[in-house]
Design a protein around this ligand. Structure first.
Ligand code: HEM
Length: 156
């Protein structure tokens, strides 16, 4: 096992997880909010008391924010302070504010730990490389439409 502390020496692995959650956040829409006062946002008048849905999926693929938003490119998160803990509103797979996900730190720690050990212990190849289809299907949480088939070979 790779010790948990070593993760701080793996900026690329951290960037991979961030990029995965940018493009494939499990919750496309955050919990509904209600506006507490009249506001004008991007030209729209939103009266006080309006239920507001936040489309984190669309924000994470907004071409006015992200360069080549449909591309899976972990490099975009190297050498940038952009994080997904709710302080950078362009990347909110865990939401933000008082109703933000309380499991964020746990989820990140487990995700990084599992990923680092899986890629350390196994060689992964795609079982059907030519037909990798990343289409998602709707639901309470976003899931893959088609399963991904991989072959995991233990490293010597
Ligand atoms: C990759 C893993 C996870 C993702 C992407 C995720 C994402 C989210 C999102 C988007 C919300 C709504 C936040 C908002 O509207 O601002 C949320 C809420 C919540 N999450 Fe997570 N979550 C994850 C893991 C976890 C874990 C591991 C736990 C518990 C151990 C957890 C517990 C909760 C709870 C209790 C809420 C509701 C908070 C409230 O209503 O105030 N989540 N999560």
């Amino acid at each position: 096992m790779i010790p948990e502390d070593d993760i701080d020496k793996m900026p690329y692995l951290k960037a991979v997880l961030k990029e995965t959650l940018r493009l494939h956040a499990p919750a496309a829409l955050l919990l509904p909010r209600e506006s507490t006062k009249d506001v004008k946002l991007l030209g729209y008048d939103i009266p006080s008391g309006t239920q507001v849905m936040i489309n984190a999926w669309a924000i994470a693929r907004d071409p006015s924010i992200w360069e080549e938003p449909e591309e899976f490119s972990p490099e975009r998160f190297l050498n940038t302070p952009t994080d997904y803990r709710g302080l950078h509103f362009e990347l909110i797979p865990f939401g933000a504010g008082r109703r933000g996900c309380p499991g964020t730190s746990f989820a990140i720690a487990i995700g990084e730990f599992a990923l680092e050990n899986l890629v350390y212990k196994f060689e992964f190849t795609s079982a059907d490389e030519d037909s990798l289809d990343m289409t998602e299907r709707d639901g309470m949480t976003v899931k893959r439409k088609y399963p991904i088939h991989v072959i995991a070979t233990p490293c010597e």
